[in-house]
Design a protein around this ligand. Structure first.
Ligand code: S3P
Length: 183
């Protein structure tokens, strides 16, 4: 499948920095930034945790699929970050690949736990021990993120600039493969 849309698409676990890094990069390279969670919240006019609480997770996952389809129709030359659970549906994975160069921002469980310890926005982390939740979800997801990504960047202890430079170097080195869509 070829990613002809020239988008940079960030995937990864909650708290890995997709949104903040995506915004930073988009400002530095003058590209527009979109985030699937923000897209859903503005269309629904309510927060994700409210959607989960009133309609349930399946309803939210359907909104994610709708969103990634719309992004495929509308967006090019943009930086896009998607919610940590969006790549879990097979249907979404094909749409992600078609959307652009898929970049997995990988972080260790320790880093994620540290960043998410006081989070109140993410329904999947509410309640008991955050360390166990991050670990269990990571066990289900790590392979999926790694399989779908064309670029994997380890982000622990790196500045935005270092991460961006790394991504840029890989894209330049693998340009023809990446733009041709082969893994
Ligand atoms: C989720 C991640 C969240 C948000 C929702 C579910 C997940 O996005 O979509 O709370 O299943 O991992 P971030 O990855 O941006 O936190």
């Amino acid at each position: 499948m070829s990613n002809s849309r020239n988008n940079l698409v960030f995937i990864g676990f909650m708290g890995c920095g997709k949104t903040t890094l995506g915004k930073w990069i988009s400002q530095n390279v003058s590209m527009t930034f979109y985030d699937s969670d923000e897209y859903i919240e503005s269309k629904q006019n309510r927060e994700i945790k409210e959607i989960f609480a009133t309609e349930g997770e399946k309803y939210f996952r359907d909104l994610e699929t709708e969103t990634i389809k719309e992004m495929n129709e509308k967006f090019s030359n943009s930086v896009i970050s998607v919610g940590g659970g969006l790549p879990l549906r097979e249907e979404n994975r094909a749409l992600l690949k078609n959307l652009g160069i898929v970049i997995y921002l990988r972080a260790t469980e320790d880093t994620l736990v540290h960043r998410l310890a006081y989070d109140t926005k993410r329904p999947l982390l509410a309640g008991s021990d955050i360390r166990i939740k991050v670990h269990d979800l990571m066990m289900q997801r790590a392979n999926i993120y790694e399989d779908i990504a064309q670029i994997i960047v380890d982000t622990d202890d790196k500045t935005y600039e270092q991460i961006y430079n790394e991504i840029e170097d890989i894209i330049l080195a693998k340009a023809s493969t990446l733009l041709g869509g082969k893994k």
